[in-house]
Design a protein around this ligand. Sequence first.
Ligand code: SF4
Ligand code: SF4
Length: 296
Amino acid sequence: MIEPRKIRIAIASGKGGTGKTLISTNLFYALQQLNYKVTLIDCDAEEPNVMIFFKGKTLSSMDVTQKVPVIDESKCTYCGKCQEYCSYNAIFLLRDMKIIKTMEDLCHGCGACSVACAYDAITEKDVSLGKIRRFHSALNSSIIEARVRVGVFSPVSVIKAAIKEAGDNEIVLMDSPPGTSCPFIQTVNVADFVILVTEPTPFGLSDLKQSVETLKTLGNSYGVIINRAGLGDKAVYDYLILENIPLLAEIPFDKEIATLYSKGEVVAKYKSEWLPFFETMFKSIYEKYGNGHNQR
Ligand code: SF4
Ligand code: SF4
C-alpha cells in the first residue's frame, strides 16, 4: 500500500448508463478491501444509487436548507421592487389584483428581494433542499449520499454540502451526476483528477467529446475508462489517440458483470482480480495527481 496523501477523484460520464457507478463502487470497494482510508460521495443527487450496492448503518443525516423570503402582505405595497430584483422569476406578482407569492422551488436564496424591499415586508425562513446522509462502511471507510428533494430547481447546493461533509479525508471518490451541466461542473471542479467512463459506440463517443470539451474549459486533468469494451467500433480509441487522452483501463463486455451489477452486487466481491486491477489504476493516478493537485 502507498503512503496516504490527499486526492479527490471524480468518476463521470456524459450520460447515464455507461458504467460510471460500476466503476465508482468497485474502485471504492477495491481500495477499502486493500485498507485504504477512502470515502465515496454519491453526488448524483437527483438519483443516488450507490447505497444499492452496499449495506451500512446511517451514521448521520442532515438537512441542507436555504433561506427563502416570506412576504408580509399587511406591510406590502405591491410596488414590485422585489420582483424586479429577482433574477430567477421566483416572485409572482399581480399588482392590480394585489396578489404576491414566492415560488420557493425557483428561489435561489440570494436575498436580493429582502434588500430591495423598502417597506420591511420581507422576512426569511429555512426550506429543505435535500439531505446528506453518511453511512458507515467497513474498514475505516464511509459513504456520503447527497439526495435532493423532489421539485428543487437544482441539486448543486446539496452536492456542495456533501463534498464539504467529506472534509479532509485522504482519498475521496465522487460519483458525479451525468451530463455536463452545473451539477457535473460542481463535482469535477473540486477534483484532482476525473475518470470519464464511456462505451465504444457513436453515442458514447459523442457524450465523451462533450465531457472532454467541458473539462478542457475547466482545466481539469482526466483520463478515460472504456466500459463494455469489445462492443461497438474503434472510433473512441481513435479519438483518444487524436486528443492524446490517457486510456486508463478497459472493462470488457461480459454477461456475468452485467448480471451481477443488475442484481445490485459489487462485482469485485466475485472477481478478486478486480482488486489489483483497480489498485494499479488508482496508483497511477495517485502518483501523478495526489496531494492537492487541484488547489480550487
Ligand atoms: S418590494 Fe416589498 S413592498 Fe414591494 S412588492 Fe415586494 S414585498 Fe411588497
Ligand atoms: S431570495 Fe433571491 S431568488 Fe429568492 S425570491 Fe428573493 S430575489 Fe428571488
